[in-house]
Design a protein around this ligand. Structure first.
Ligand code: FAD
Length: 324
């Protein structure tokens, strides 16, 4: 009998977050021949989201639709996912290590009386064992975890395990499961969105991050322009957030978001350990700083020593030229 794997999909603004597809790829790394069962929770029509999970490798998908699942609450989503897990009795459960994943999975693990490996950035098979690679000490080292017995329950960091190619010829059952979602003590009264959402920072492939060296809110404008021409998002150091050059939602680091883009451009950021904790695993790091001794250059793949206010406009111009 093949292993059964439940992948918990995450929906944001009516679309599945990319990490849901990465979780399917992660599931296949654990058991290449396992049956992947996707779960999508929400309110309203979810079957097209279920089909999308199938296009990315799920074998079938169970949707749970209920008015109490309109917005995420750990109580509501826990009831919905638990109902599916109890029926499917999987050997493996996977979800993205996102804000929702970080909130929901420990609660599920506690209900299932099982362990949880959180924030895996890779999965390796060695000595016939599945090893989950996860960062420790703020990304300074990595440990490998193995589950020897019972349910394999893990979360994956977005942008680390590549999703499978989308294959629209794939088909599979998308079925709706009726679940009574009751006793929700958390009341969501309103969801207040930021005026400019742009590319989601935690899933962006390119991030242009500004630090205290950017000097003002106005100084961030060229960074937004560079991010736009590169199709990326803007992030920031805590120094820049504390100085009120930008919103704390942009903060990257130990007490901010942890990101792993393909390209991270650190602009006027010194490279404090707390900042590195949030971005040092980026695939390519470019640092722009007028101080040649800045710590950020120690981890940068490419360093540009100079005044950011001269360099950023040149970069914007060059990227625009390259796109023509
Ligand atoms: P600075 O250290 O002031 O660096 C500014 C840099 O800009 C300098 O290197 C300077 O040479 C350069 N510069 C100035 N002008 C220019 C110019 N015109 N052109 C080019 N370069 C220029 N920090 C985080 O980022 N994220 C966190 O999550 C975080 N969590 C923390 C948690 C704790 C418990 C503590 C104690 C600290 C935390 N910090 C965090 C703060 C961290 O220690 C640093 O203070 C912060 O990262 C510094 O921000 P910065 O690099 O923008 O500023």
């Amino acid at each position: 009998m093949s292993e059964k794997i439940v992948v918990i999909g995450e929906v944001k603004d009516g679309v599945l977050r990319n990490v849901s597809f990465e979780a399917i790829a992660a599931a296949k790394k654990v058991h290449a021949d396992g049956e992947v069962v996707g779960v999508v929770c929400g309110n309203g029509e979810l079957s097209s989201l279920g089909e999308e999970m199938i296009h990315y490798g799920a074998d079938r998908v169970i949707t749970v639709t209920h008015e109490n699942l309109q917005n995420y609450t750990s109580e509501g989503y826990c009831q919905a996912v638990m109902a599916v897990v109890e029926e499917e009795a999987p050997q493996v459960i996977v979800m993205g290590h996102t804000s929702v994943g970080k909130d929901l999975t420990p609660k599920l693990a506690s209900k299932l009386n099982t362990g949880l490996i959180s924030d895996a950035v890779d999965i390796e098979i060695a000595d016939d064992q599945v090893q989950f690679v996860r960062p420790i000490y703020s990304g300074k080292a990595f440990e490998k975890k193995v589950i020897t017995d019972g349910l394999t329950f893990f979360t994956i960091r977005p942008n680390n395990i590549a999703a499978l190619d989308k294959d629209t010829s794939r088909s599979g059952d998308v079925t709706d499961k009726a679940v009574e979602i009751a006793d929700i003590r958390t009341v969501i009264k309103d969801v207040i969105r930021k005026a400019s959402e742009g590319v989601d920072l935690s899933e962006a492939n390119v991030i242009v991050a500004g630090g205290r060296g950017v000097k003002s809110e106005e100084g961030f404008k060229p960074l937004y322009e560079l991010a736009e021409v590169l199709g990326g998002a803007v992030g920031a150091s805590r120094g820049a957030c504390d100085a009120e050059y930008c919103d704390y939602s942009l903060q990257i680091g130990q007490t901010g978001k942890v990101v792993t883009p393909d390209l991270y451009i650190a602009v006027g950021i010194s490279g404090a350990i707390q900042h590195l904790a949030g971005m040092s695993n980026s695939k390519v790091i470019v640092a722009i700083n007028k101080d040649p001794e800045a710590t950020i250059f120690n981890i940068a793949d490419y360093g540009i020593v100079g005044d950011l206010f001269d360099i950023i406009p040149l970069l914007i111009e060059e990227v625009k030229k390259a796109k023509v």
